[in-house]
Design a protein around this ligand. Structure first.
Ligand code: SF4
Length: 362
């Protein structure tokens, strides 16, 4: 999905969080170590607003980084009051925040309603209780169902965040979490592969050999299957992979795990590769051997279709002994792909791809 809104991120690191999820060192993940208050929040908002070229796009204030509804109620209200002021003035369109499922109750939601918060994202991480226990989350799956229902009953938009590769997790459990999330019908979803970050309990487990992170390949595989599940159910996946901080890209914070600065692109690329592989299975290998394949698609699909360093093209060429695969831009709907096998061609809609292929991912 193209992001057609402008985000003003306000990081509220670890404030109010008494928990110690094994994977979390909130200060390192957000890359911000200062505590937040209303003056700093106001400064950040002003700074961003002054750089937004025009109001062609929606503007959103997003409180990220911690468990917003777990922080001191007074500070919550002071921060929300600043955000609401800009919303009332029409300078911003939406207020978003993220929190834990067990920090959702009527008292907190009444406050969020008072300040016209629009979207509440819950860190679900997993809907397998064993994974939640091994990850030190301090809540169970029932907390997620209860909080989600309550958030929706207040009329807020619900966002759900899940992680893959947590201790005790596997492909099956991740897909189960994905399916359970679909039943809750959220407005949007984020998928985060677990990384081993410095100064976390997970790092100790990793060094003792008690935790093995997903490889990049495994993380791409699981994430691409989840992406199919969510897209098939019209649920917007707004992020796959952590937002890379400078320390992450320079390798200072990530000790191990499937980190890649363009992780989503890798996942989308894998989806195209899997789809094309499935599509060519409709033909006898002998019949399409040595043929020239031409694919036409919207310009922005070309790069994920070809894969990083043309990896998808190389993979398919080798698998089916094609003489060549060429990908061209065509001014068509971004959901449409036209595949030519020399004289034969098929016009394929991405929606049909999601419905008719990947049938193993129910
Ligand atoms: S609840 Fe959130 S902020 Fe607190 S330790 Fe867990 S992941 Fe970190």
């Amino acid at each position: 999905m193209s992001k057609d809104y402008y985000i003003i991120p306000i990081f509220v690191p670890h404030l109010g969080c008494p928990h110690n999820c094994v994977f979390c060192n909130q200060r390192r993940i957000t890359g911000k170590t200062d505590e937040m208050d209303e003056n700093k929040a106001q400064h950040i908002i002003e700074e961003h607003l002054s750089t937004i070229p025009s109001r062609r796009k929606d503007v959103e204030i997003a409180f990220y980084g911690g468990s917003f509804t777990g922080i001191d109620l007074n500070l919550q209200e002071r921060l929300l009051n600043v955000a609401f002021k800009y919303k009332k003035e029409g300078a911003v369109d939406r207020i978003r925040l993220s929190t834990r499922p067990d920090y959702i109750d009527k008292l907190r939601l009444d406050i969020l309603k008072k300040y016209h918060v629009d979207i509440i994202e819950l860190g679900v991480q997993s809907l397998d209780d064993e994974v939640l226990i091994l990850s030190g989350r301090g809540h169970n799956k029932e907390d997620v169902y209860r909080a989600s229902d309550l958030i929706k009953s207040y009329g807020f938009k619900l966002g759900l965040q899940m992680m893959i590769g947590l201790p005790g997790d596997n492909m099956e459990k991740s897909l189960l979490t994905g399916r359970e999330i679909i039943k809750m019908n959220p407005f949007c979803v984020r998928i985060y592969p677990t990384l081993v970050i410095k100064d976390t309990y997970l790092k100790d487990l990793y060094e003792k050999g008690e935790y093995v992170p997903l490889s990049l390949e495994e993380a791409i595989d699981i994430s691409s299957k989840l992406l199919v599940l969510f897209e098939r159910n019209n649920i917007d996946v707004i992020r796959i992979g952590l937002q890379p901080t400078e320390n992450m890209t320079t390798g200072k914070d990530v000790v191990a795990g499937p980190f890649h600065p363009a992780f989503r692109q890798l996942v989308e690329s894998r989806l195209y590769r899997d789809f094309l592989e499935e599509y060519f299975k409709n033909f006898q290998k002998e019949d399409i051997k040595n043929k020239i394949i031409t694919i036409e698609t919207k310009e922005r699909n070309i790069s994920p279709m070809a894969g990083q360093k043309s990896s998808n093209i190389k993979y398919l060429k080798e698998l089916y002994d094609f003489s060549n695969i060429k990908v061209y831009k065509k001014d068509i709907d971004s959901q449409i792909i036209i595949v030519h096998i020399e004289d034969h061609y098929d016009i394929i809609d991405k929606k049909d791809i999601l419905k008719n292929y990947f049938r193993d991912i129910v």
